[in-house]
Design a protein around this ligand. Structure first.
Ligand code: GLC
Ligand code: MG
Length: 262
């Protein structure tokens, strides 16, 4: 008898990227959800707004929960798009948004704000070129420490810098769900491709699947902290996820082979 598991995946360049493979993965996940009560969760850097756009364009299953905006927003009700208030209350503590914005606009012209839709109550996001990233982030960390602004900086895909509360990120949001649904790390598998997914892999000890097309910042981290419960797939995108799920025996490899010819 298979046990239910908690399946968590990033969207851009992890779940999304190969539509054929995505459809295969969807069919597998849907059957595990129907038969065993597997939970499907998306954990994305996108805002609710950009998530909706992707959902219209791609053949995606409706998840049991959505972690959006790099773990700063949580939704259970995907119809209404109503934000989870318990999560909001947790993140509100010690978060001084306007002070942060002012410091950056005054002192860091190299940080260019992302579009309005990607600025959240608990997320301030910028574009930052890879060549100057390390230097800028070091300087920013220093200024934040001097001004007692205790926040988290997350750099992804050699281009995006997110500033979020200490209490937030994708991994901490997954822990919140584990508690709610009474599931532990050995029943949890997380999938990702870039920097903002490191928190998914490194919060607790869930099983982890890095898709074959993972970004250098995530690969480097993986090489450095290798453990048997993390797997770097050979295949890309959803095909890499299927490969990893079979590797950890969350799904029968048999299911995989029987749908493999396309
Ligand atoms: C998504 C979001 C963006 C964020 C990036 C990395 O692209 O739209 O705001 O910076 O993910 O987390
Ligand atoms: Mg991604």
């Amino acid at each position: 008898m298979m046990q239910p598991f908690l399946f968590v995946t990033d969207l851009d360049n992890t779940l999304i990227g190969d539509e054929k493979a995505l459809e295969k993965l969807n069919a597998t996940l849907q059957s595990y959800r129907d038969q065993y009560g597997t939970k499907i969760v998306y954990a994305t850097g996108r805002s609710w707004f950009l998530y909706q756009q992707l959902f219209q364009e791609q053949p995606m299953l409706t998840p049991d929960a959505l972690i959006s905006s790099v773990g700063t927003e949580l939704y259970f009700d995907l119809q209404q798009g109503e934000i989870d208030q318990d999560w909001v209350n947790l993140l509100s503590q010690n978060w001084e948004r306007s002070k942060l914005v002012k410091l950056i606009l005054d002192e860091f012209p190299e940080l260019t704000p992302q579009s309005n839709s990607e600025q959240g109550e608990f997320k301030i996001s910028f574009h930052l070129a890879e060549e100057t990233a390390e230097q800028t982030i070091t300087k920013l960390k220093q200024r934040l420490a001097e001004t007692n602004l205790d926040v988290k900086l997350i750099y992804s895909s050699g281009q995006d810098l997110d500033i979020i509360p200490k209490q937030a990120d994708k991994g901490l949001a997954v822990q919140f769900l584990q508690q709610k649904w009474n599931m532990n790390d050995s029943q949890t598998v997380v999938c990702g491709d870039s920097g903002n997914d490191i928190a998914l892999f490194s919060t607790g000890t869930p099983y982890g699947i890095l898709v074959g097309n993972a970004q250098p910042e995530l690969r480097q981290w993986y090489q450095r902290y290798q453990t048997p419960y993390r797997y770097l797939a050979h295949e890309n995108y959803a095909a890499g996820i299927l490969e990893g799920l079979a590797y950890f025996q969350f799904i029968n490899a048999f299911n995989l082979n029987s749908t493999e010819n396309h």
